[in-house]
Design a protein around this ligand. Sequence first.
Ligand code: AP5
Ligand code: MG
Length: 211
Amino acid sequence: MKRLIFIGPQGAGKGTIAAHVCPKFEIPHISTGDMFREAIEKGTELGKKAKEYMDKGELVPDEITVQLVKERITHKDCYAGFVLDGFPRTIPQAEALDKEVDIDGVILLEAPEELLIERLTTRRQCRNCGKIYNLKTNPPKEEGKCDICGGEVYQRDDDKEEAIKRRLEIYKKETAPIADYYEKQGKLHKVDAARDVDEIVKDVVAIIEKI
Ligand code: AP5
Ligand code: MG
């Protein structure tokens, strides 16, 4: 079973690495951030609630987020496992998840703060399919247009300087302790994420193969 969690600060590359790794193991990539952004695009009640918090760089309350993930991991496509990207990110979320399923491994992607800020300010994402780009390291072939689906490539509302700072602060306070939580369970695997995507993917795949 490959029930996995990717943790790491904003911009470490959780979404980027998961997009390469998940197809190799034929498991779904479950990003709570992407799920909230989809709900916002669709204008649902969940989206309206989440937007208030997300635009400011604040965390969406645990009750809402836990419920969303609890439901998602019961879907058929999760039978062989999954990668949770961006969940859990508080200790109460990690405890709630432990009550639902046994997690097999946790990958911590680490990178220095200057690099994170540079990656986030140059990040772009497809509004339609969610593919992640970077103006410097991985731009779309045609400006503003997704290579995969032709959708609009835009800058996330929380990738503005103020919200980025707030998100990194919250990471240190609320999410970093999760690494210790999983270390104590013997499930944590640290990966240097300040390298080329291919090198990181190679290491992460090797770790997952052994889990
Ligand atoms: P979420 O969407 O999860 O955002 P995040 O945590 O801020 O993380 P990011 O998506 O910014 O970083 P990433 O590590 O995925 O980096 P990426 O691969 O894109 O959450 C958004 C919001 O939703 C939260 O702030 C919160 O409000 C809410 N939320 C979500 N989950 C929640 C939860 N569990 N509880 C409460 N609230 C929740 O890479 C970044 C950039 O760098 C890209 O441009 C990419 O191309 C580039 N890049 C990546 N890796 C490399 C590399 N190795 N070399 C060169 N460039 C690279
Ligand atoms: Mg992400």
